[in-house]
Design a protein around this ligand. Structure first.
Ligand code: GLN
Length: 402
């Protein structure tokens, strides 16, 4: 056998994977476990999921719904998704032709991008952005084009974008815009006027909207969630992504979906089929039960999160953080300038090791780490006692001169 020297051997890795790093959010969870820190980094609830849906999952397993579901989703779940999109957003959806159930909205997003993007296509993304969108674009061959969301200069205020900057990001190579409302990490809820502006650009430049609406029911201060697909002219050029994780507190179940016009759905279904075959069958049955919960469930969900927000945000402010009040989702972005650390990474390291609280460094939500160097994100989807323990620990933080 010929001897292979190390210089002869290929390096065995795809160039694509060299263009992104592992998720910082998920790394922070591992660090939190290592240092026994209160985990306000990754956005998953530490409280129980609703009894009704756990029971529905147990019953489905007991009834032997244990083999593959239909590749693009169990009929009961697709029917429930179509029904609820009609009830909540007035969008008419054909459960046979328009829905692909995936392993979480994470898979729905990457399957969509793989299904619609060609090499060289551009995808417009507002930043700060949920970190998956970066690698998702790279893996699908698309080039992300970032448009800034700017924090409010005075409290209370909203994150805003510059209309001219957004317009400049659109041109003939633009394939899609990724929109996340309510937004992670900023908590921004896009208004109808903002969505209409984006809609007009999508129509003018023949661009697809891919909207991640996973936090649609987590809203505060009388804000309203508006689905892009409900706007005039957008039904045929929108992929709406959603899932069970956040609305029903089951992030580990990995059940999400993409709703799109038939032609795009056919492409998404093909990618999904060969990526994962299907999402867990018994959990899809439980999903149908979850989507049948009464309207009070959603009112209580939002109210529960408002209480948690109003518990953590003042505690952070007292500890020295400048907080950007979220209007939706379950994160708060903060400014850490008052602590005088070199950057967000140095600060979160100190926080986890010396203070015992895990958070996500702001830089992981930006293409250029310098843009997030003074920001840190906290998740408040936690039990009151978890938030109180975090507050107790955070009160040990001391201000430093920069
Ligand atoms: N959405 C959650 C966050 O931003 C985590 C999602 C994930 O890790 N898949 O923290």
């Amino acid at each position: 056998m010929a001897e292979i020297t190390s210089t002869q051997s290929k390096h065995f890795l795809s160039d694509k994977v060299e263009h992104f790093t592992e998720s910082v959010i998920r790394e922070m969870t591992r660090q939190a476990m290592l240092y026994n820190a209160v985990n306000l980094a990754q956005g998953f609830p530490d409280f129980p999921a609703p009894v009704e849906i756990k029971q529905a999952a147990q019953e489905a397993v007991a009834a032997d719904v244990n083999q593959y579901a239909i590749t693009w989703g169990a009929k009961n779940l697709r029917n429930a998704i179509a029904r609820q999109m009609g009830v909540w957003q007035g969008i008419s959806v054909d459960p046979e032709k328009d829905i692909t159930v995936c392993c979480g909205s994470t898979e729905a997003m990457i399957s969509t991008l793989l299904a619609v993007c060609n090499t060289g296509d551009e995808v417009v993304i507002f930043e700060p952005f949920y970190e998956n969108y970066g690698p998702d674009s790279v893996l699908s061959g698309a080039k992300p084009k970032f448009v800034k969301l700017r924090p409010p200069t005075e409290a209370p205020g909203e994150w805003t974008f510059d209309e001219k900057e957004l317009r400049k990001a659109f041109h003939r190579h633009t394939k899609a815009i990724i929109l996340n409302t309510p937004n992670n990490p900023t908590g921004k809820v896009f208004t109808r006027a903002e969505l209409e502006l984006i809609r007009d650009l999508c129509l003018e430049f023949d661009v697809l909207a891919i909207t991640d609406e996973i936090y649609e029911h987590i809203l505060y201060d009388c804000t309203e969630h508006i689905s892009m697909a409900s706007l005039d002219g957008m039904r045929d050029r929108t992929v709406t992504i959603n899932g069970m994780s956040k609305t029903y507190s089951v992030t580990g179940w990995r059940v999400g979906w993409a709703v799109a016009p038939e032609k795009i759905t056919n492409a998404i279904r093909k990618v999904h089929d060969f990526l994962t075959v299907g999402a867990p069958a018994p959990l899809q049955e439980a999903g149908a039960a979850a989507l049948s919960l009464p309207p009070e469930y959603y009112t209580k969900l939002a109210e529960g999160y408002r209480t948690r927000r109003d518990r953590l945000v003042p505690a952070l402010a007292t500890a020295g953080f400048r907080c950007f009040q979220p209007r939706g989702a379950y994160y708060v972005m903060t400014d850490i300038s008052a602590f005088g650390f070199a950057d967000d990474v140095a600060f979160t390291k100190h926080l986890i090791k010396e203070v015992g609280v895990a958070a996500v460094p702001g830089s992981s939500f930006y293409r250029d780490p310098r843009d997030g160097a003074r920001q840190v994100r906290f998740a408040f989807c936690k039990k009151p006692e978890t938030l109180d323990e975090a507050a107790r620990r955070l009160s040990k933080l001391t201000f430093r001169k920069a």
